[in-house]
Ligand binder design. Structure first.
Ligand code: BMA
Length: 952
């Protein structure tokens, strides 16, 4: 029927000889929708497009309680089990030429949708990760009084139905405590984490999030612009080949189109694009010409050079145009084999590091997950906050993890502008996937669409085919029993579908020097690309490839727990959000570590007990005040518990990050060198709701202690310890063995040695006096290396000499750079010699804030002093109390911001100058004075010590 209709239309246009006119119009400005459940039980209510069913139900007052409040997630499971329909009012398509093909483009349909125009079904969709561009059959065409209907089927029902019809099991991880499990999520191209994850809830939201546009073209739609770059050896010239991506209309009267290419606003090429070999209605990449740029200004990630961007525009004679800001740079992912005598193992040692413009760069960053369960309520400013917070923490790379969503354009534009590199994954995670033709075609169309959309961004450093799906072959009974079947599915999807699609779109040589590629993370690289053959074998091995490191049973504060891996693309330990973040979504009855609600919100099996095991290893639980004084309130205990688990988490990451930076690869071009780590992306940067997770930034934007630790640990120059705390001490706090205390200086700067002074001091916990200087020297910290500065023997004889024991003293390393203009070359680091629970810390302190100063609209500075040395002094900015209980827009609008330093060791007698930066809102001295809260480790262990809170 459709074929006939198209034929008829083409014929008409051939007979009349008329040409079609190019126009497009978004329907959102003129059209409104009503939403109702398909069974008529709910609605009709206003249906917002862009929007989602959940947020419409909130707006209409049908969902009355914040979906993140207590058990609302499960209470709202009915929403995901319903079918929903959006019905438009009547609208006109005034530009419509009935003789020409009409297209309807949806930027984002999440996910199982049927689209009808005037009662005629024009499409069924099953992919939230790509645009949909439908041809409208002539029987549906009308100039006036059009009606559009979009029906969303329950994604869960679709998954179960499709899985039951598939010839064999396709397993996926099933997350603990999630009502939607088993979700059969592999069968649908929709964010995996919409069905719940081990850090997030299942709402399975649905809706149309982007623009809806009708259009017609004379010849073809210009759907993208790709530029390929070839540099000469010394980067003094780059040849930029510009391609247009065209979708030829079935009623095109000719197969060529006039196109002009502009560079930096100047027209430099005028050509006739030949579309004769293009297939109708498919993306077709057509070379428009090349531009030679002499002495190009290169693009660099922040901290390594400028973020120079250059506008390239393609303008067609029919008025269509696309502009992209490109950056001139090369990126290579090196996985060169290392010399080895081992002939037995299938995975041979190899390096794994990135070079940007031929300069090896140590990657420091984290993994980024979806900002909210309801994707439509995330704003551009929210996405930018993620990048700004990453930069403020000295990161240079974020991994857009494959279990979530592709971010919108503004995120990648901001990453280009700010200089944050992106590890972009295709949205496939922790699962095996089907291999039927329809599914593979969906992935192909999605990858093609995303590669066209994102291919020009200089920030994209690497494409990853999936998250953990190679290692997942070893997780499920079905794949363990019949590995060959699932390995062949794997090869079909990644080797034969995804990889060639990326190559076809980005260009043959893209993976040689423009962007990196791994088919899975973790994985060990390829034997060859043609034919596509990968290095199978243990994907988690530390000798090659990237590594995901999770070991909850290890001692996370012992550096020896961490593998000597080449690149750590994930590692982490869970913690819980702060009381401030939990409070609005909980009740007093929930404020216990293992209350029903807290166990319910934990989505990682055994998570709470793993958190507490690490905590108890190194710290005591908060004091409850027993016999002689009143017991403390439930709120205070829980607040202190959450504070302690937060700092516990930060100490784990600090140990790991310090260690991997100490193991930095040094002589990267010398094949005889032992090459170690060249990158750390920890799990995970942000949260999707207020629940236990591995994150460093809480839902709403508050930084956990970890985020400030990361900021210090990721500084370009650090001087850090390596020390294993003794587990056996006698009653006087002494040990009968020696303990090595090494000090490393690590620099990620290039061609810039740093002169500075390093001291290692023995200090007393009790009164904070400097007891002895164990090292005191002027040093030159060389660029691009890690170097052992000194190795000390800490033993009872030495400590007794100074009247110290392991529990009464600690070590402080201070490194002061002579020139520290950007504040990232000096550092201070504290190492307790015994676990902190055994250390003799004064349990009293008074925190004082003075000299508040307005620095700018968004920055207030103040000074902090403590009356007794206070480890892990943690500052919080209480959100204004008028936060809406149902947050409708902007996850980071109310309380996002950060302190220039936080969770630091505040010493008696010192004055610390701290700045608070509010991200979006202006902030005054009065705001900060009124909303500042502070606590240190003493507050957890001395229940009589009032919490610092100016307004109470
Ligand atoms: C890795 C990630 C996520 C997960 C995290 C913590 O597996 O890729 O899937 O949330 O570990 O378990």
């Amino acid at each position: 029927m459709r074929v006939f209709a198209i034929f008829l239309v083409s014929l008409l246009s051939a007979v009349t000889g008329s040409t079609c006119r190019t126009w497009s119009s978004s329907i959102q400005s003129t059209t409104t929708f009503l939403l109702r459940s398909c069974d008529g039980q709910y609605g009709p209510i206003e249906g917002r497009i862009p929007g989602s069913v959940h947020t419409d139900l909130i707006n209409a007052g049908i969902i009355k309680v914040n979906p993140y409040y207590r058990y609302e997630e499960t209470n709202l499971s009915w929403v995901a089990q319903q079918c929903w329909e959006y019905n438009s009012n009547e609208f006109d398509i005034p530009n419509l030429d009935l003789n020409c093909e009409l297209k309807l483009r949806f930027e984002s349909l999440d996910a199982v949708a049927t689209v009808e125009l005037n009662g005629v079904v024009i499409a069924n969709t099953v992919n939230a990760h790509r645009e949909h561009d439908f041809s409208i059959s002539s029987s549906a065409l009308k100039k006036t009084e059009n009606k559009l209907k979009i029906t969303f089927q329950s994604a869960l029902q679709y998954n179960h139905q499709t899985a039951s019809q598939y010839p064999y099991t396709v397993p996926a991880t099933q997350n603990w405590n999630v009502w939607a499990e088993p979700s059969d999520r592999s069968f649908l191209r929709k964010a995996g984490s919409d069905f719940g994850w081990d850090w997030g809830p299942a709402f399975v939201s649905t809706g149309s999030y982007g623009a809806i546009t009708f259009y017609q073209t004379e010849v073809a739609k210009l759907s993208g612009l790709i530029s390929e770059q070839t540099f000469n050896s010394d980067f003094s010239e780059v040849d930029v080949t510009v391609y247009g991506i065209f979708k030829v209309s079935s009623t095109a009267s000719k197969r060529d189109v006039g196109a002009s290419v502009y560079f930096l606003g100047n027209k430099i090429l005028s050509v006739t694009a030949d579309l004769s070999t293009c297939k109708v209605n498919s993306n077709c990449k057509v070379r428009l010409g090349s531009i030679a740029v002499v002495n190009p200004k290169l693009w660099w990630p922040k901290g390594h050079g400028d973020q120079n961007l250059h506008a390239v525009k393609v303008q067609l004679e029919d008025g269509q145009s696309i502009e992209r800001k490109i950056g001139f740079r090369t990126i290579k992912l090196l996985q060169t084999p290392l010399p080895t005598n081992d002939t037995s193992s299938s995975v041979k040692p190899a390096v794994f590091y990135f070079e940007v413009n031929n300069v090896p760069i140590f990657m420091k960053g984290a993994n980024f997950i979806p900002i909210d369960s309801f994707h439509n309520r995330v704003t551009n400013a929210d996405r930018r906050y993620i990048l700004e917070a990453a930069l403020a923490s000295n990161m240079n790379m974020l991994r857009v993890w494959g279990g979530g969503i592709y971010q919108t354009d503004d995120f990648y534009d901001a990453a280009d502008e700010l200089g944050v590199l992106i590890w972009q994954e295709v949205m496939l995670a922790c699962a095996l996937y089907p291999r039927n033709t329809e599914f593979l075609e969906e992935v192909r169309l999605e990858v093609e669409y995303q590669a066209i959309r994102l291919g020009s961004h200089p920030s994209i450093a690497i494409w990853g085919g999936n998250n953990e799906n190679e290692v997942a072959l070893g997780w499920f009974q079905s794949s363990l029993q019949n590995r060959d079947l699932y390995v062949s599915d794997y090869s079909e999807l990644y080797g034969n579908t995804l990889y060639p699609t990326l190559i076809n779109t980005l260009g043959e040589s893209a993976f040689q020097n423009i962007v990196g590629w791994v088919d899975s993370s973790p994985s060990n690289g390829l034997i060859s690309t043609n034919p596509y053959a990968k290095i199978w074998g243990s994907a988690s091995t530390e000798v090659a490839g990237d590594v995901h490191f999770y070991n909850y049973a290890c001692d996370c504060e012992d550096y020896q727990s961490y593998p000597k891996a080449k690149f750590i693309s994930e590692f982490g330990f869970q913690t819980m959000p702060s009381y401030l973040t939990y409070e609005p979504v909980t009740d007093e009855s929930d404020w216990e570590p293992n209350s029903d609600l807290m166990l319910y919100r934990q989505r990682h099996q055994n998570g709470n007990s793993e958190i507490e095991t690490q905590l108890k290893k190194h710290y005591n639980l908060p004091n409850t005040c027993d016999s002689n004084s009143q017991s403390i309130s439930k709120q205070r205990y829980y607040d202190m518990y959450l504070y302690l688990v937060g700092l516990q988490q930060s100490r784990c990451y600090e140990t790991a990050i310090n260690r991997w930076r100490q193991l930095r690869g040094i002589h990267l071009n010398d094949p005889s060198d032992q090459r170690y780590t060249m990158g750390i992306l920890y799990w995970q940067l942000n949260d999707i709701w207020q629940g236990p997770s591995w994150s460093s930034i809480e839902y709403g934007g508050q930084w956990k202690p970890l985020q400030s630790v990361v900021k210090r640990a990721y500084s370009s120059v650090v001087v850090t310890p390596s020390y294993t705390t003794p587990t056996q001490l006698d009653s006087s706090g002494q040990s009968n063995s020696s303990h090595v205390f090494e000090v490393y200086a690590v620099s990620d700067l290039h061609d810039k040695d740093i002169k500075g002074h390093i001291t290692v001091q023995l200090k007393s916990w009790k009164d904070n006096t400097n007891i002895a200087s164990l090292y005191d020297n002027t040093v030159t910290i060389q660029s691009d290396r890690s170097e052992l500065i000194t190795s000390l023997d800490i033993n009872t004889d030495l400590l007794l000499k100074y009247g110290c024991s392991f529990i009464t003293c600690y070590i402080k390393i201070v490194s002061k750079a002579e020139d520290d203009s950007d504040n990232t070359h000096s550092s201070v680091s504290i190492t307790p010699l015994a676990y902190l629970k055994d250390s003799e810390i004064s349990f009293d302190t008074k925190i004082q804030f003075n000299n508040f100063k307005q620095i700018s609209d968004q920055v207030v500075e103040f000074e902090v002093q403590v009356s007794e040395t206070s480890p892990f002094l943690f500052l919080e900015f209480r959100a204004p109390s008028d936060i809406p209980t149902i947050l409708l827009k902007g996850v980071f609008e109310t309380n996002a911001g950060w302190f220039s330093d936080n969770s630091f060791h505040a010493e008696k007698g010192e004055t610390y100058t701290i700045a608070y930066t509010s991200y979006q809102n202006s902030v005054t001295v009065e705001d900060v004075q009124g909303r500042l809260q502070a606590r240190s480790i003493q507050h957890a262990y001395n229940c009589n010590l009032p919490l610092y809170h100016p307004s109470v």
